[in-house]
Design a protein around this ligand. Structure first.
Ligand code: C5P
Length: 256
């Protein structure tokens, strides 16, 4: 899987999600299913969208004792998702348990396992005053990323502003907190435009409200692709989309 734009499908139901995805007609974007949708619809929403040909990042941010994370990851990776995550703040042993759970559960290809460093809604002030973490935000992101590397994790979730630190460690960087230059920040604190995320070396940008709340979500998605991907990556993406679309039509013909 190459660099890509992942749409955060933070919707309250399957109906709303399918309605939103229908705007894209024959395009099958890489999508993220998070807690809101998963807790409402359960695992069937993942299997159904996988069967329709979407690449899925299952963003449930596991954080528990190692044994529980091991068992939960084993179950989740049976869903055949492409990317999955846990919190780096659970520690190295917990992240190692996540790796083991994935290996045990995955039926074929292993999903990319990502560790969340600091949420993009966390500010330096909140880190110090509420969480009593006296190191700087950048230092904690770097340290958590180093722990993720030791645990055998593929990459980390961080703000685009920290992507270059993560890249130096040889890890993938998945970056939410994306906003167009003229947009509202919502609850995000450490934000960047798709262009800036690219310049900082982000591998995947996760974009929710700037696409889902846009007057024209397809235009907003295409704007993200144009700003984030290189020209040749965009061409490859179009070829990949055509192949997914052909496979979809063949499946449809078999069903009819
Ligand atoms: O709507 P918006 O673009 O802010 O959505 C960002 C998405 O990325 C949300 O689904 C949120 O849960 C997720 N996320 C985040 N910060 C992290 C990890 C995940 O915003 N560190």
């Amino acid at each position: 899987m190459g660099r890509d734009v992942i749409i955060a499908c933070d919707f309250s139901s399957k109906m709303k999600t399918l309605g939103f995805l229908a705007c894209f007609r024959h395009i099958k974007p890489f999508i993220k299913i998070g807690m809101e949708l998963y807790y409402k619809e359960g695992p069937s929403i993942v299997t159904e969208l996988k069967e329709k040909g979407y690449k899925i990042f299952l963003d449930l941010k596991l954080h528990d004792i190692p044994n529980t994370v091991h068992k939960a990851m084993c179950n989740l990776s049976q869903l055949g998702v492409d990317m999955i995550n846990c919190h780096a703040s659970g520690g190295i042993q917990m992240m190692q348990a996540a790796v083991a759970g994935i290996k045990e559960g995955a039926k074929s290809a292993l999903p990319i396992l990502i560790a969340v460093t600091q949420l993009t809604s966390t500010s330096e002030e909140m880190l110090k005053k509420e969480l009593l973490i006296q190191s700087s935000l950048v230092d904690t992101v770097k340290h958590y990323a180093e722990n993720a590397l030791v645990a055998g994790i593929n990459g980390v979730v961080c703000s685009p502003l920290e992507a270059s630190i993560v890249k130096e460690l040889g890890l993938l960087s998945v970056t939410p907190g994306i906003r167009f230059a003229d947009a509202n920040d919502d609850d995000q604190k450490r934000i960047a435009t798709p262009e800036l995320a690219k310049a900082y070396g982000s591998d995947y940008i996760v974009v929710g409200r700037p696409i889902t709340n846009a007057a024209n979500p397809v235009d907003a998605y295409n704007k993200c692709l144009e700003q984030f991907l290189d020209k040749d990556e965009n061409v490859n993406k179009e070829i990949e989309q055509d192949q997914v679309c052909d496979a979809d039509q063949e499946n449809q013909a078999e069903d009819d």
